[in-house]
Write a protein of this length. Structure first.
Length: 200
């Protein structure tokens, strides 16, 4: 999973998840993250996805994926039935983020959240100097065709976790090809957080 052809965020998440873990991927796409986890780490994986073509690709890979909306399907799962719940590059498309994250924390011991950082320096530059909605590698859509319903920064998410008593146990800040170590709210394209309940 160390190949340069593999997305950096997938490599980070792959490294976090332990062998034979129970994993639920919310908005799993075509299974590009779940498949190597099942193949290499023998995780017991499930995915939830809305896109029919993506589900077909998951089925071709032998993955178990449910066709459903993550905002409405999480109530069906019992408490603590997964070791990890993944919400990678999906949170910005969710209308009720508070509900989804708290449900994910109810059903999973750890929740891995990844999202594009709207406060990235190029986004700031485009908005301030050009007066236009930013388009970057992590936010590649124009304003009228974006699936995103919200835009947040790394600092916004940290504030959210503090307010909601959610504990951050790991944080990874990603540039285009490597990890960002300094001024992540300014220099990181994407962020990955590993969360647990505040009293855990």
């Amino acid at each position: 999973m160390a190949s340069e052809d593999i997305r950096l965020d997938h490599r980070i998440i792959y490294s976090i998840i332990g062998p034979e873990s129970r994993v639920l991927d919310l908005g799993c796409g075509e299974g590009d993250l779940l498949y190597p986890l099942v193949r290499d780490k023998q995780v017991r994986a499930q995915g939830i996805e809305l896109d029919d073509k993506a589900i077909q690709e998951c089925v071709k890979k032998g993955l178990s994926v449910f066709h459903d909306d993550i905002e409405h399907s999480l109530r069906e799962y019992p408490d603590n039935c997964f070791d990890y719940v993944i919400l990678n590059q999906s949170m910005q498309e969710v209308k009720n983020v508070d509900f989804v994250i708290h449900e994910a924390l109810r059903i999973g011991s750890r929740v891995i959240v990844g999202f594009p950082n709207f406060a990235f320096i190029r986004s700031r530059f485009m908005l301030f100097f050009r007066g236009k909605a930013p388009i970057t590698k992590s936010l590649p859509y124009t304003w009228f065709d974006t699936p995103n319903v919200r835009f947040l920064s790394i600092d916004d998410f940290r504030d959210f976790c503090t307010e909601k008593n959610i504990r951050i146990i790991e944080a990874h800040y990603l540039g285009e090809r490597r990890i960002v170590h300094f001024w992540p709210n300014l220099l990181a394209l994407n962020a990955i957080f590993v969360l647990t309940k505040g009293n855990a």
